[in-house]
Design a protein around this ligand. Structure first.
Ligand code: 13P
Length: 253
């Protein structure tokens, strides 16, 4: 069965003390993961190493960076390379979150470079895609997302694409309290899987985890994750609350 993942994206929230306390509360909770379940925390850079140490004894609890540089190394002040992430044993990295695209000018081609660097360094990229409200209102969401996949992902080999996790996050549902309906999420996830099938093949498409992101909370996680092509979630706001996020983890199928 495909990997089912509950991923927290803390974004630029929490002090170090708050962050580690939150992590400790969650890993101390009575949560039984199935073999194919993973829980991933995308934490701010300065907390990565401590977070890795904190979850180390808990099987299938893993740590992610929220971003990485599209350059290998060198004179790029303030950037963090995938090689640096690898050297402290970071397992995952978010790539192309819509906030990175919108506020920091990240485009599909840069993201292809980031994906390549993650894969070279053994880091699983969680590639984020999704359309803005205007695109959906014009019913252009499929071609928009297909282009994001084509320009950032579809140069990857069959072996490489199997190492990628995809997160569909409709921008109009992020932080708005408005989730995509179960039908809208399932429809887009099935579309992404069919695009993977067309580019690669059915066996590959069937193995890739596709997470949903956008106002996931304890109250709606079970319903959203229940859809056939939804393999868990990438959670912002609700992941900052231990009780909420524990319930979200428990909603994995
Ligand atoms: P919210 O869960 O706060 O809507 O954020 C979703 C998100 O951007 C996760 O990456």
């Amino acid at each position: 069965m495909r990997k089912q993942i509950a991923a927290a994206n803390w974004k630029m929230n929490l002090t170090y003390q708050q962050a580690i306390a939150l992590l400790q509360t969650i890993i101390a909770a009575d949560i039984t993961l199935k073999e194919n379940h993973s829980v991933v925390f995308a934490v701010p850079f300065p907390y990565l190493e401590k977070a890795i140490g904190t979850v180390q004894h808990r099987k299938n609890f893993l740590i992610s960076a929220q971003n990485c540089s599209d350059r290998k190394s060198g004179a790029f002040t303030g950037e963090v390379s995938t090689e640096m992430l690898k050297s402290i044993e970071v397992n995952f990295c978010l790539v192309g979150h819509s906030e990175r695209r919108e506020y920091f000018g990240e485009n599909n081609l840069m993201l292809a470079d980031k994906l390549n660097l993650c894969l070279v360094n053994g880091i699983t990229p969680i590639f984020c895609c999704g359309e803005a409200l205007g695109t959906r209102e014009q019913n252009q969401q499929n071609s928009y997302v297909e282009r994001q996949l084509r320009e950032s992902l579809f140069h990857l080999t069959r072996e490489e694409i199997l190492k990628v996790v995809i997160a569909y996050e409709p921008i109009w549902a992020i932080g708005t309290g408005k989730t995509a309906s179960t039908a809208q999420a399932q429809e887009m996830h099935a579309f992404i899987r069919s695009a993977l099938k067309n580019q690669y093949d059915a066996a590959i498409a069937d193995q890739i985890s596709i997470l949903y992101g956008g106002s996931v909370k304890a109250a709606n996680a079970k319903e959203i994750f229940g859809s056939k092509d939804v393999d868990g979630g990438l959670v912002g706001g609700a992941s900052l609350n231990a009780t909420e996020f524990i319930e979200i983890i428990k909603a994995l199928k």
